[in-house]
Write a protein that binds this ligand. Structure first.
Ligand code: TIU
Length: 229
């Protein structure tokens, strides 16, 4: 057990019971022409997350901390997409409509998959989720239980939508969450700032916030399991 410098207090860190959660780093959110842009957003703001997150993922892999990826999306027949979600946004570019990278947010389409820079390794868990939260209607809870995970390093996009929803779901399920500030991104700078402040306010009402340099520092000085020669 060690501690990671964080707000509002140091985060107790045990690599044996911690996973790195990478939320929705999908082409449809990060590349021009995808779902994110169809909602009227400037996708360039999310791309700043890719480099620090690649470094954090590499450090987690090297120290044996499991990396769990999520993807937001729906079945081709949209049977898992509530009509209320389908109706949102620009009526000419909705979930399931043809986009620059295939049907928007549909499983199996190019745009639905994770950006090349952060591609999951063979054997890493990838959770397909129909909602904003990673626990809703997915196997994530069962996966974490099987791995005996009690703490989550939370990263991905967007800070105020899928990251927040997931952190709130995780809190209600008893997980300790450290949100990595430079590894989460928002289309709106003010939402990024306030979204992070909301996590750590009130003595850490939803968890802790830290920079990736401090998390990488802790990962590189600890290992999740003894290294055998
Ligand atoms: N629109 C937006 O900010 N986010 C989403 O629709 N999904 C996720 O955050 N992944």
């Amino acid at each position: 057990m060690t501690e990671i410098p964080a707000t509002p207090a140091p985060f107790p860190f045990d690599p044996a019971t911690t996973a790195l959660l990478v939320i929705d780093m999908q082409r449809d959110f990060l590349l021009p022409g995808g779902f994110g842009e169809s909602l009227g957003n400037d996708v360039s703001l999310l791309r700043a997350v890719i480099d620090p997150l690649a470094g954090l993922i590499a450090a987690a892999r090297a120290s044996g901390v499991p990396v769990i990826h999520t993807r937001e999306g729906h079945l081709p027949d949209l049977s898992d997409c509530p009509p209320a979600k389908l109706r949102r946004g620009d009526p000419t570019q909705r979930i399931g409509d043809p986009g620059a990278f295939g049907r928007i947010l549909i499983r199996g389409e190019y745009g639905h998959d994770i950006v090349d820079e952060l591609a999951p390794l063979e054997g890493e868990v990838v959770i397909d989720k129909p909602g904003k939260g990673a626990f809703y209607a997915t196997e994530l809870g069962a996966v974490l239980e099987r791995l005996a995970i009690t703490s989550l390093l939370v990263t991905g996009v967007t800070t105020e939508v899928c990251v927040h929803t997931t952190v709130r779901e995780a809190n209600d399920r008893g997980y300790e969450c450290l949100v990595v500030a430079d590894c989460v991104g928002s289309y709106f700078p003010e939402f990024q700032r306030v979204g992070l402040a909301m996590i750590a306010a009130q003595g850490g009402i939803f968890g802790w916030v830290a920079d990736s340099a401090d998390v990488v520092g802790a990962l590189t000085t600890t290992t999740a399991s003894p290294v055998t020669a």
